[in-house]
Design a protein around this ligand. Structure first.
Ligand SMILES: C[S@@+](CC[C@H](N)C(=O)[O-])C[C@H]1O[C@@H](n2cnc3c(N)ncnc32)[C@H](O)[C@@H]1O
Length: 287
């Protein structure tokens, strides 16, 4: 089954939108990955694969932490993201961060690696079982895989309440009903520990553990930016985009309604911070 539509989405419309809000992603998500790295430091000299590396900030952080004797390799299906990663690594003069383009579901990931890592890079796989199997095959015996994914919708109101708000106003067009490119399964596709642990066990991972991590994240430096973010990204942004002209026409109405949703999270300095909740999932490749 071809993943072309999803890859095209990440390389075009989603790349543009993520670039526009890069500040929020990199700043907001860094606090979460730093917590993973604090709990599970990488060994100096090890080789680590960063899956769905996006702008590559985690890959670069991992490269610094494993030192010159180690190497961090970032993989993404979207060449536009990979180009950005290479530029950032060159600007920061990080020589042991490498980047390559591949579909994690179906293509060779190189290796074998000591460890694999993914910060919100595994939730958009159309065929997650195949991707997990491929990741395990790229690990050395005993190699560890740590992935960060969002927990359930209700504990991530910055995404879920925005989606509910938009659904009340904009008609939902399913992926089957449109020719428009789409992001694949949404951000909550890996939220269920039973489903995820069964899937990982079925492809041969062992010692599968879930650790919960809750934190407030910045979803806008101002209220207007938080509204714009919800209009463009996440499940709410995808509903508006996939609704085509109808979605565009309803943007004014949606914007006012989203204002009511996110205004509850405005802090004294005007920035907007909402509760979020993630799983840190670790699993090992058998010895
Ligand atoms: C939500 S972004 C996360 C990016 C980054 N890890 C971060 O935390 O900022 C998801 C990333 O996964 C990539 N991706 C989606 N499906 C993929 C696939 N099948 N193979 C490789 N990368 C994929 C996307 O291009 C995108 O860069």
């Amino acid at each position: 089954m071809s993943n072309d539509i999803v890859i095209e989405a990440w390389n075009t419309v989603l790349f543009e939108k993520f670039s526009r809000f890069k500040f929020l992603f990199v700043e907001g998500y860094t606090s979460i990955s730093q917590e993973v790295f604090r709990r599970q430091p990488f060994e100096a000299g090890s080789s680590v694969l960063d899956i769905g590396c996006g702008f590559g900030d985690c890959t670069i952080a991992i490269a610094k932490s494993v030192g010159g004797a180690g190497v961090a390799s970032g993989v993404d299906c979207a060449s536009n993201f990979v180009e950005e990663c290479r530029k950032s690594a060159a600007e920061e003069k990080v020589a042991n961060a490498r980047f390559f383009v591949a579909d994690v579901e179906s293509e060779n990931l190189g290796g074998p690696y000591d460890q694999a890592f993914a910060r919100f890079g595994t939730m958009f796989f159309s065929l997650p079982g195949l991707a997990m199997k491929n990741i395990r095959s790229a690990l050395k015996p005993g190699g560890k895989f740590t992935q960060v994914v969002w927990r359930k919708r209700e504990d991530n109101p910055w995404l879920h309440d925005a989606e509910r708000c938009v659904r009340e106003i904009v008609p939902v067009v399913s992926h089957d009903e449109t020719d428009a490119v789409h992001c694949g399964p949404g951000p909550f596709s890996m939220a269920g520990p039973d489903m995820v642990s069964d899937m990982m066990q079925s492809v041969g991972f062992q010692h599968i553990q879930f650790e919960r991590f809750d934190s407030d994240i910045c979803i806008g430096r101002t209220l207007d930016e938080a509204i714009e973010f919800a209009l463009e990204l996440g499940p709410s942004g995808e509903i508006i985009r996939l609704a085509g002209e109808t979605g565009q026409k309803l943007k004014g109405k949606v914007s006012a309604a989203l204002g009511d949703v996110v205004s509850g999270y405005v802090r004294a300095d005007g920035s907007v911070w909402a509760p979020s909740s993630a799983w840190f999932i670790t699993a090992t490749n058998p010895e």
